[in-house]
Design a binder for this molecule. Structure first.
Ligand code: 13P
Ligand code: SF4
Length: 302
């Protein structure tokens, strides 16, 4: 049954000149049909580069929307439309305007986990893998950072020469990882390296040996000489590491680190979406053009 679905998806991909981009928090079976699997910066780059006619985005809404903005002439499909990002929904354009009014004349760095209208109202986008570089690249000594308070604070600590003023959004999945979880796992596995996503709580980051994006964490685990790792991010990363690096041991920092919105997609959903060519993601032209300039600056930076 599963093999049948995979065959059908691969056939349709060829017939329709479609490409499947999958985030590494997706159900791991999605990788069996994906052309590219990685973090949001990597997938944005792939969406911008592809010459496919259809992009099927196995990820959350803002990722598909970003792909559409980067490739407006392509059909972008998000197989399960309910796949939103809770953090991205914590700020809308009115909130951002108020935030800017209370801190006038300060450039806005917008985490890619945000709606197109918010990107359109910002100066430059960033992802978790280039946020520090993006903030450093600005000439202003003050920067507004939306929507993630935790990534914003982490970046502020990495760039002490600038004042980073974060908005108050957060990722519920990462905040479910508590410092006590790390301490408990460290006691059980004292030789383990702790690898964390910067959306995590500052106390969790303090206890970590490495902080980086989802792809960054996976690369670090590959390259490190350590044999055991405590992983402070979503469970999908651990599942992929266990599949790819069988000689190493991976401990999920908390069983609660599951992003439900990343888990709706099944292979069957991908197949139905490709067959019907829906749900299609569209973005208002004026908003898309403004957002594009913020996203393009990001894609060019590291
Ligand atoms: P990455 O940019 O590291 O892929 O993270 C995206 C995300 O949603 C993390 O919660
Ligand atoms: Fe959004 Fe958090 Fe899920 Fe990432 S893990 S998609 S930030 S809710």
């Amino acid at each position: 049954m599963k093999e049948e679905i995979i065959k059908k998806i691969n056939k349709l991909k060829k017939e329709k000149n479609a490409v499947i981009l999958a985030h590494c928090y997706q159900n791991v079976e999605i990788d069996e049909v994906a052309d590219y699997v990685g973090d949001s910066l990597y997938l944005s780059r792939k969406a911008a580069e592809t010459d496919a006619d259809i992009i099927v985005f196995a990820g959350v809404y803002f990722m598909a929307e970003t792909a559409k903005i980067l490739s407006p002439d392509k059909k972008v499909l998000l197989p399960r439309l309910e796949s939103g990002c809770l953090m991205a929904d914590m700020i809308n354009v009115e909130d951002l305007r108020k935030f800017k009014q209370s801190h006038p004349n300060i450039p806005v760095v917008c985490y890619v986990n945000s709606l197109a209208e918010v990107k359109a109202e910002s100066d430059v986008c960033c992802t978790s893998s280039n946020a520090v570089q993006v903030v450093k690249s600005l000439s202003s000594d003050k920067v507004l950072f939306v929507p993630d308070k935790y990534l914003g604070s982490y970046v502020g600590a990495q760039v002490p020469e600038k004042e980073v003023i974060p908005f108050m959004g957060y990722c519920p999945t990462h905040l479910r990882i508590k410092p006590e979880d790390i301490l408990e796992k460290k006691e059980l596995y004292p030789e383990a390296e702790v690898l964390a996503h910067p959306e995590s709580h500052a106390e969790v980051l303090k206890l970590s040996d490495y902080v980086g994006s989802t792809s960054g964490i996976m690369n670090r685990a590959k390259e490190s000489s350590a044999k055991t790792f405590i992983i402070a991010t979503e469970i999908g990363v651990v599942e992929r590491l266990e599949r790819d690096l069988k000689d190493k041991k991976f401990i999920l920092a908390s069983e609660k680190a599951v992003c439900q919105n990343m888990k709706w997609n099944t292979l069957e959903d991908i197949l139905i979406s490709l067959e019907k060519e829906e749900p299609e993601i569209t973005v208002d032209k004026e908003i898309a053009n403004k957002a594009l300039s913020s996203i393009e600056k990001m894609v060019k930076i590291g």
